[in-house]
Design a protein around this ligand. Structure first.
Ligand SMILES: Cc1cc2nc3c(=O)[nH]c(=O)nc-3n(C[C@H](O)[C@H](O)[C@H](O)COP(=O)(O)OP(=O)(O)OC[C@H]3O[C@@H](n4cnc5c(N)ncnc54)[C@H](O)[C@@H]3O)c2cc1C
Length: 415
């Protein structure tokens, strides 16, 4: 591999965007990707249901600031505006009363208010829930289903820094396919994990099983979990502050359990949101029949989602089928067809869904945003400001960091 101005580690949303920004500025670069495909956590496949299904990101959040939304519109893709409010609430097998549903909506607003006004020293969202007497279901939506973490593991400050993600859209063709389309013209070295980054001489040297490439700077877009696991060895060691930040930004988890339901809509409308509250710990949310497909897409989050990944795909499918039969009756079982479970926990090059700061450690994101020696830069969803955890945020982070690198490499700045 030839020497270049910049090595980009990772061809997910952030890496692809960084590469395109470098190219527009006339810098030479190489993108090294560990997996055998581009997109990272953005991945659409037709393998399970014969129609596009997003294994990773699916919602185009914050569509008014989301460049992928403009791409989808320009490409003439099918877009659906989804309000994401709970339409049907169950407590285990029992449907919630209208009063209980109303209480959940009020609790949701109350929680936002408590987050906004929070001033105490306890930075855990669970402290707000304890003080606010909130309905448990609201906690589920704030915690496991949204941040991918149980609410005692979410920092209020971190939660507060995340933007309201309205308006939300879904595209029938798949968000992963949209990212793949965005990155299709970017040259990427696939199946080429970076094992070591040396920065003991001027510039950097990125070592892979296929050889080494030297550059003036590197943009690392691997998740903080991949970095905490030391999949990339930095020689010499990175400053302690950066290493600590990897550990202060552990990954949350979201596991999808899509199930084919044939020949009935169960009295539900396409895109209805159905939440089954099970003590706010084993809750499951369903996106019902998106685009009128024969699919109920289950989601579990937080600790339960890690547990589900460990239990395996068969256990996951049984769990989701049983919960549907709890509600809609055992006759439904014969209408259940193909099903699967996503496994981001087992994806070596990601190791989770998206990062969330530990309580008291929301500042870790700012630490990682600082380059090391003006030649090792970090980018990705975990460094995406108000759009943390989102695919659009990853893209904007990749672009912004690439601009920082362009400026650092300009003749006015010596490295
Ligand atoms: C189940 C799930 C649902 C989600 N839902 C949504 C949603 O609805 N809407 C939304 O906006 N976001 C959602 N997200 C989050 C979104 O997918 C991510 O925020 C975004 O895709 C992250 O992009 P990235 O470029 O930061 O990281 P990644 O996509 O992880 O890209 C990093 C890349 O680096 C590669 N890599 C890692 N280590 C190395 C190495 N050593 N050498 C070379 N390459 C390496 C990885 O293989 C990967 O391709 C979801 C995520 C998951 C998992």
């Amino acid at each position: 591999m030839n020497d270049v101005d910049v090595v980009v580690v990772g061809a997910g949303s952030a890496g692809l965007a960084a590469a395109k920004t470098l190219r527009a500025a006339g810098l030479s670069f190489v993108v090294l990707e560990a997996m055998n495909r581009i997109g990272g956590r953005a991945w659409t496949t037709t393998e399970h249901f014969g129609v596009p299904f997003d294994i990773g990101c699916a919602w185009l959040h914050a569509a008014d600031r989301n460049p992928y939304f403009d791409d989808a519109r320009a490409a003439g893709w099918t877009l659906y505006h989804h309000d994401m409010n709970v339409d049907h609430l169950y407590f285990g097998k029992r449907q919630a009363t209208e009063d209980e549903e109303a209480a959940m909506r009020i609790a949701d607003l109350h929680l936002s208010d408590l987050v906004e006004r929070h001033t105490g020293t306890d930075d855990r969202v669970s402290s707000l829930l304890a003080s606010g007497h909130l309905a448990r279901a609201a906690a589920t939506f704030a915690g496991p289903m949204d941040f991918g973490k149980d609410y005692d593991e979410i920092s209020v400050a971190d939660f507060k820094s995340a933007a309201d993600l309205d308006p939300n859209y879904i595209t029938k063709e798949g968000f992963g396919a949209l990212v793949a389309r965005f990155g299709a013209d970017v040259p990427v070295e696939l199946s080429t994990p970076v094992r070591r980054i040396r920065w003991d001489a001027p510039g950097v040297a990125c070592e892979t099983d296929r050889g080494s490439v030297r550059a003036r700077a590197v943009i690392v877009t691997a998740s903080p979990a991949v970095l905490a696991f030391e999949e990339i060895d930095f020689t010499p060691d990175l400053p302690d502050s950066h290493v600590k930040a990897f550990f202060d930004l552990p990954m949350g988890m979201l596991t999808k359990l899509p199930v084919e339901v044939r020949g009935t809509r169960l009295g539900l409308e396409p895109f209805d949101d159905l939440l089954v509250e099970r003590r706010a710990q084993h809750d499951i949310y369903f996106l019902c029949f998106p685009f009128d497909l024969d699919l109920m897409v289950g989601f579990v989050g937080g600790d339960f989602a890690w547990e589900m990944s460990a239990a395996g795909v068969e256990a996951g499918i049984d769990f989701v089928s049983d919960r549907l039969c709890d509600i809609f009756g055992n006759d439904l079982r014969k209408r259940i067809g193909r099903a699967t479970m996503t496994n981001w926990a087992g994806e070596r090059w990601v190791r989770g869904a998206y990062a969330a700061a530990r309580p008291g450690q929301a500042g870790a994101r700012a630490v990682l945003s600082e380059p090391v020696a003006n030649r090792i830069f970090f980018a990705g969803e975990h460094l995406a400001g108000p759009l943390i955890q989102t695919c659009a945020g990853a893209r904007l982070s990749g672009e912004a960091v690439a601009r920082q690198v362009i400026s650092a490499l300009s003749p006015d700045h010596s490295l």
